[in-house]
Design a protein around this ligand. Structure first.
Ligand code: HEM
Length: 489
């Protein structure tokens, strides 16, 4: 066994490392990331290839930019690359990496992933929240109706919809505007913190610089605000569920995530200790991973449809035909809306909400396409770039949902040119949860209303650039005028 290990080691040592762009002393290639790393890295990989090695400070980081290479990392050698690096912001926000999204590959992750998949985001749970989605979409439609003919900030409205759904699913009840806004702000700040360059992540011995720059204090305050909020939720919840006088509990006919986690904590069959911190880290993950991502898909969908009036007409025709004069689209209508589904896929291809997915890290040395990938190499997969790869997509920059018509191509992690939810062991467990909210909301907004740009604005004025951060929201807020569709009363 020892001989075998030694010989494997010596063979791999002879292999070259992947090609690297030249770096600067000390900071290596850090300066190449820019404010929109998915775009800068895409340009860099055009020069250095789909498997390139960067040095972010002293940290070796492999950047994967083609579906063929991604398949090696996320399928053939998935176990080697199923871990996550421990970064300062995510560590602080995940109660020291004990959540699902940021924990290293190992027993803790396995347990937390099982809880998420089997108890929180299972098909049965997603189905059980159908009435929450229906109520919240109905409330959204009422709000739009009330503002018919006036300029409406669609971005804010969609953000509100998704965070209302998430709040009710996680906490079990609707939330006051102030709290909901606080959650939205915290979620948005998470995205910024998760891509902020902390000196400690690259030069641990210079961690005092983060303190001097005031970054430590900001992060501490942010984490404290989350913790206070989550503690409140858990405490309110324990009180209200023990209070027999509390007859009108909004979740009386459903269990919400806090319920499930508090029940599991007491379950004698659970083979590990589910602490308060595990619960808080899971709740934080659900808010953070669930809100921004789904609402970003809705926001880009509305923006692309406005820019592409023929697609808008076609999808409205489909939605209205399937609805058959009914006032509201329900979830049973959705399987019949194949063009709407193609629109959502096309949005996910061009605008994956997490364009670089979540970073991975290798737990062993590995050989890929003749290159040596050392242990503890960080891995960034550029899903944004792969969704626009001309070798896989015809007219990759064009918004053409037809490319998905009659095609089995899906986002479930099997076809590597299209992996907005990632792939392999760490694929997003919230995929079905997200898709049904997106499809239901979009179908209803298109069914009930026609949408126009505010007076004086033309399609060419729309800024289709991304904003910086872990998630890529459209830089410009979307403002539109809703008009009640003619045949709806
Ligand atoms: C359109 C919406 C969404 C998109 C595009 C998305 C995308 C992603 C991506 C790219 C990853 C990383 C996958 C990887 O490393 O291969 C991820 C992980 C994750 N997502 Fe989502 N997500 C969405 C919605 C949601 C929702 C609604 C939830 C829960 C309510 C959720 C919960 C998670 C969790 C817990 C992880 C971590 C999984 C792990 O590390 O094992 N996501 N998501």
């Amino acid at each position: 066994e020892r001989r075998r290990r030694i010989s494997r080691y010596s063979i791999s040592k002879k292999l070259p490392l992947p090609p690297s762009p030249p770096g600067l002393p000390f900071i290596g290639n850090l300066h190449e990331l820019g404010s929109l790393p998915h775009q800068s890295l895409s340009l860099l990989s055009n020069k250095h290839g789909p498997l390139m090695l960067l040095h972010l400070g002293p940290i070796p980081t492999v950047v994967v930019s083609s579906p063929a290479v991604a398949q090696h990392f996320m399928k053939n050698h998935d176990t080697v690359f199923a871990s996550r690096p421990s970064l300062k912001a995510s560590r602080a926000l995940s109660y020291n990496n004990i959540d699902v999204a940021f924990s290293p590959y190992g027993d803790c992750w396995r347990q937390m992933r099982k809880i998420s998949m089997c108890h929180l985001l299972s098909a049965k749970m997603v189905q059980s929240f159908a009435s929450v989605r229906r109520d919240e979409v109905a409330a959204l439609l009422r709000r739009v109706s009330d503002n018919e003919g006036t300029v409406l900030c669609v971005t804010e409205m969609l953000n509100e919809l998704v965070s209302n759904v998430l709040c009710r699913v996680v906490v079990g009840s609707a939330m006051g505007d102030e709290r909901r806004r606080l959650i939205s702000t915290l979620v948005q700040q998470n995205s910024i913190f998760n891509t902020k360059v902390f000196v400690e992540d690259f030069f641990p011995r210079l961690r005092w610089l983060d303190w001097i720059l005031g970054l430590d204090e900001k992060l501490k305050r942010h984490v404290k605000a989350w913790d206070a909020l989550l503690e409140d939720f858990i405490q309110d919840h324990s009180i209200s569920s023990n209070d027999s006088n509390n007859i009108i509990h909004p979740s009386a006919d459903r269990t919400d995530f806090i319920d499930v986690l508090l029940q599991l904590q007491k379950d004698p069959n659970l083979d590990f200790v589910l602490t308060r911190d595990h619960i808080k880290s899971t709740l934080l993950d659900m808010f953070a991973a669930g809100t921004d991502t789904s609402f970003i898909v809705l926001d880009w969908s509305m923006a692309e449809l406005i820019r592409n009036p023929k697609v808008m007409k076609k999808v409205q025709d489909e939605v209205r035909a399937v609805a058959g004069g009914e006032e509201m689209i329900n979830e049973e209508h959705l399987p019949k809306m194949s063009y709407l589904k193609a629109v959502v896929k096309e949005v996910l291809r061009l605008h994956p909400p997490i364009p670089l997915l979540l970073p991975r890290e290798s737990t062993e040395e590995c050989q890929i396409q003749g290159y040596r990938i050392p242990k503890q190499t960080r891995v960034i997969v550029n899903a944004w770039s792969m969704g626009r790869d001309a070798a896989y997509w015809e007219d990759p920059g064009e918004f053409k949902p037809e490319r998905f018509a009659g095609s089995a191509l899906d986002f479930k992690g099997r076809e590597f040119q299209f992996i907005p939810f990632g792939a392999g062991r760490r694929i997003c467990p919230g995929m079905s949860f997200a898709i049904v909210v997106v499809e239901l909301a979009l179908a209803n907004l298109l069914h009930r209303f026609d949408w126009k740009l505010p007076n004086g604005m033309v399609i060419e004025d729309m800024n289709m650039e991304d904003s910086p951060g872990l998630v890529a929201l459209r830089r410009q807020k979307l403002e539109l005028i809703p008009l009640l569709a003619q045949n709806i009363h």
